[in-house]
Design a protein around this ligand. Structure first.
Ligand code: SAM
Length: 281
């Protein structure tokens, strides 16, 4: 009989959030696939289920090969529990490849739901929960981050980002530049922990607050979607022409318009180059 893959959510800071089903799956699994074997050992010890366990490290760098190995264990009838460092495997964490390999091997996949930092932050923000878009970690480099934000300027859903504390200020600055200072937003930090905090305000207020003072601990950024009022469609070509007319070169024009238009920098550059080469009327 083929074994079952249990995808087990674990606490994001508060051990009290480990569910009885999660505890049972960890106690009884033949094999535990864990992003960090030391962290899962703490959980197992907490459950009194440490002992001699078959724990296999499964992280981004080895997940592809490990997924095949775990699929073979499932085919051999073993019960496999998959955990990540914290929260739900597969959510900005390894896990998706293991799930796909299990499905391909014909093994049942059972999810044991539990903490997800993004959902906790969404609900605490007070922003609309009927439609939301989880975007994981934004790009570290300012250019791609601005492109991402520019492309989402008309997005109506509430948007959620994971971010490292020392980059929260820069990311808020990018979002405020792209979406305006007035959007409602919330930075949630240390969810489920002793110093849990939700800082609510406009994007401009939060940008200013975190500009020189990185929040302490892990953070989620939640931002309201675009309002219902439709914005007139932007005439990209006219925008490019107007900037070229001020004497800017194609490179600078592209740089200036990335956020405003949401178009890739290269595409804007090619357009600016083509328009700059047009013979004068
Ligand atoms: N799998 C996890 C989940 O289900 O939420 C996410 C893992 S991801 C590698 C780690 C990021 O999640 C952190 O950088 C932070 O943005 C967010 N996060 C995790 N725990 C958190 C917490 N207790 N409070 C606030 N954000 C948290």
């Amino acid at each position: 009989m083929v074994g079952t893959l249990y995808v087990v959510a674990t606490p994001i800071g508060n051990l009290g959030d480990l569910s009885p089903r999660a505890a049972e799956a960890l106690r009884t699994a033949d094999v535990i696939a864990a992003e960090d074997t030391r962290r899962v050992q703490i959980l197992l010890d907490h459950l009194g289920a440490g002992g001699r366990r078959d724990v296999r490290s499964t992280f981004d760098g080895n997940e592809a090969a490990r997924a095949e190995e775990l699929a073979a264990e499932l085919t051999a009838g073993k019960q496999v529990a998959l955990v990540s460092d914290a929260g739900t495997p597969g959510v900005s964490d390894p896990g998706a490849r293991v799930v796909r390999a299990a499905i391909a091997a014909g093994a049942p996949v059972v999810v044991i739901p539990g903490p997800v930092a993004a959902i906790a932050a969404l609900v605490a923000s007070g922003l609309a929960t009927d439609r939301f878009l989880f975007l994981g970690f934004p790009p570290r480099d300012a250019g791609p981050r601005a492109e991402l934000a520019g492309g989402l300027v008309d997005e109506r859903a509430t948007m959620l980002f994971y971010e490292a504390p020392d980059r929260v200020g820069a990311t808020l600055a990018t979002l405020a530049a792209a979406w305006g200072d007035d959007r409602a937003a919330c930075v949630s930090r240390e969810l489920t922990k002793r110093y849990e905090e939700h800082v609510r305000g406009t994007l401009g207020e939060l940008r200013d607050r975190f500009a020189d003072a990185a929040p302490r601990g892990e953070c989620v950024i939640v931002v309201a979607g675009a309002s219902e009022v439709a914005r007139p469609a932007l005439d990209v070509e006219a925008e490019v022409r107007a900037l070229l007319a001020t004497g800017l070169g194609p490179k600078d024009v592209a740089q200036r318009l990335v956020v405003k238009t949401g178009r890739p920098r290269r595409e804007l550059y090619q357009l600016a180059l083509a328009l700059a080469r047009e013979p004068a009327p």
